[in-house]
Write a protein that binds this ligand. Structure first.
Ligand code: SER
Length: 584
């Protein structure tokens, strides 16, 4: 049974039972307190809290998820960073009885799994939240004997909230007995045992509480159901495989990776899949936030490629396999193929240059014992080793890494380079001739025009202004076409002609961000910042100065578009001054 089947059957099953099918949302959630979508319920969070859902109050989805919480376990039989989560949800509609019955019917009647192999865990009660006797009773009423139902505490059977606050509640989990063979623990070999007998298949969460930022629970006015079942694990069970890597969702990638080290191969296969999906959402490798995570998994994959002695650019054919597997389900991977491959290739080229030397350096350092913060920072700064990679290398040798020391070294370095960075990113430095001021305002128009023409992934990576020209570096994975250049140039000139006013305001940094002002290196901004807006076209935190109206700029002319490092483009542009008033 190819994975296509359970994916489709799951949605059809719930559609037939009155659920509205909702498409997967982006891997980047709207909730800014979390970096990624890690669960199917995330896009529905507010409907659990009572906000009226624009969908029906019963929905089902297959959601793309990305989690780094299990990254250390990736490479075993079942843990992954990218997964598809099948889920059905009720916002104040059915509750425990309905959810449990649907789950059992789907697995046994629809997919034909063996009921005798289904084992259950329920919440056994902790703190002020009582034992979930009701779920236990329901399972028993549906024919699961009490000998196959076990109570666990908060760690295993209470879920959420995602982010800093939100809905949460006790859960009941369905585990599948893969071997029917207890390990040496005998009768104590039950679900959650660390042997490979059972697999946790489906998590049914009963959202009854709201947890605030202080961790306090209050009952929700409306009770809801949030379920999640990893498609890869379901495919593994349906296809009778020992690991998710043997299913059709991984096999085509795995066969492309030569070598004997199974774990290394699995890590590469998992990470390249995640990298393709992250890059398909316009995330570019960088040193902050989502971009840093993408960089981390790509560099980790490259390092494992080195262990297997894989040739240069080995990630590209693997990424192509990922695209082949998913293009019919998630057309964005096909549609963004060229960008995805460029991003991966650039990162591979960049890191391959320093990896070998960095590993040699690591050998030297680790021969002396635990890794100091300064050494970890040196590996990061000079050889591009994410801290987590150094930690992993150290762990493999039974050594520790001084994380706090790394942080200190990092901050010290920031202090030293601040002056340089400020010149590069903030304002226009010492150059305050009228020409430079006009070019500075043009830079803001250019930045916004690039975002409108190329997409919101465009971010300022650097800026340098003299009295003759502006030079603007920005993130974008490939060369701009002639047409795109023309469009950007025209848009800037159009805004100049509209004679827009440039407005300067002071406000708290937080408010500026809330209002959508573009900002770079946010950790360096003072509490109060200056925001320059050009009508409602552009808004940036900036030290200025700027002209008063755009008509003062004259004619904007892009002279050159070129590469400025991996995933970064550079534009040089000039302004042809407007005719002087007395010459009109
Ligand atoms: N939110 C729960 C989970 O992610 C169930 O969907 O496991």
């Amino acid at each position: 049974m190819l994975s296509k089947k359970p994916r489709k059957e799951f949605l059809t099953f719930f559609e037939k039972r009155g659920h509205q099918i909702v498409a997967s949302s982006s891997l980047i959630p709207t909730d800014t307190t979390v970096l990624f979508t890690t669960a199917g319920m995330q896009q529905f969070k507010e409907y659990f809290l009572g906000k009226r859902s624009p969908f029906s109050n019963k929905v089902a989805s297959c959601q793309k998820c990305f989690r780094t919480s299990d990254i250390g376990e990736v490479g075993d039989e079942r843990h992954l960073t990218f997964l598809e989560m099948l889920g059905n949800f009720s916002f104040g509609d059915y509750f425990k009885e309905g959810a449990v019955k649907y789950a059992l019917d789907f697995l046994v009647q629809e997919l034909g799994l063996e009921k005798e192999k289904i084992w259950i865990t329920v919440f056994k009660g902790e703190g002020r939240v009582p034992e979930d006797k009701e779920s236990k009773r329901i399972w028993q009423s549906l024919g699961i004997p009490k000998e196959r139902i076990f109570g666990f505490d908060r760690k295993d059977n209470f879920w959420g909230p995602t982010g800093l606050e939100g809905p949460c509640g006790p859960s009941t989990e369905i585990h599948y007995d893969l071997t029917s063979q207890p390990c040496q623990k005998g009768t104590n070999c039950i679900p959650n045992c660390d042997c490979n007998r059972f697999i946790e298949l489906w998590n049914l969460v009963f959202n009854e509480y709201y947890q605030n930022r202080e961790g306090q629970l209050t009952p929700l006015k409306q009770r809801g159901v949030d379920t999640g079942m990893g498609l890869e694990r379901l495919a593994m069970v349906c296809q009778n495989k020992k690991s998710v890597y043997e299913t059709d969702l991984f096999f085509p990638i795995m066969v492309e990776i030569p070598g004997k080290d199974e774990r290394a191969k699995r890590v590469i296969a998992d990470h390249i899949k995640s990298a393709v999906f992250l890059a398909s959402e316009d995330i570019l490798p960088s040193n902050v936030e989502q971009g840093y995570i993408l960089r981390r998994i790509l560099r980790r994959a490259i390092r494992y490629g080195k262990i297997l002695n894989l040739p240069k650019n080995f990630l590209i054919p693997l990424a192509q396999k990922v695209i082949e597997i998913y293009r019919d389900i998630y057309p964005e991977v096909q549609f963004r193929q060229a960008d995805i491959l460029t991003v991966i290739q650039n990162e591979e080229e960049k890191f391959s240059k320093t990896l070998e030397k960095g590993l040699k350096q690591f050998e030297k350092i680790s021969a002396r014992g635990d890794i100091s913060g300064v050494d970890a920072f040196h590996l990061y700064d000079t050889y591009g080793f994410p801290l987590e990679l150094t930690e992993e290398l150290a762990r493999e040798r039974g050594l520790k890494t001084n994380k706090k020391g790394f942080q200190e070294a990092f901050e010290k370095h920031q202090e030293i380079s601040r002056a340089g960075v400020e010149k590069k990113f903030g304002g226009i430095g010492k150059e305050t001739s009228p020409e430079a001021i006009r070019l500075h305002t043009a830079t803001h128009l250019l930045h916004q025009a690039l975002r409108e023409v190329l997409g919101l992934h465009v971010k300022q990576m650097g800026s340098d202004i003299t009295s003759e020209r502006l030079r603007f570096d920005f993130s974008h994975p490939k060369q701009m076409t002639e047409e795109e250049i023309k469009k950007v140039e025209n848009l800037v000139n159009q805004k100049i002609k509209e004679d827009l006013e440039i407005k300067k305001e002071e406000m708290p940094h937080k408010e500026a961000i809330k209002k959508g002002a573009l900002a770079f290196f946010k950790e360096k901004y003072p509490e109060k910042v200056t925001v320059y807006s050009i009508n409602n076209f552009s808004k940036e935190i900036c030290a200025g100065p700027h002209v008063q109206r755009t008509l003062e700029l004259g004619f904007f002319n892009i002279v050159k578009e070129e590469s400025s490092g991996a995933g970064v483009r550079r534009i040089r542009a000039t302004l042809i001054p407007p005719p002087k008033a007395d010459k009109l």
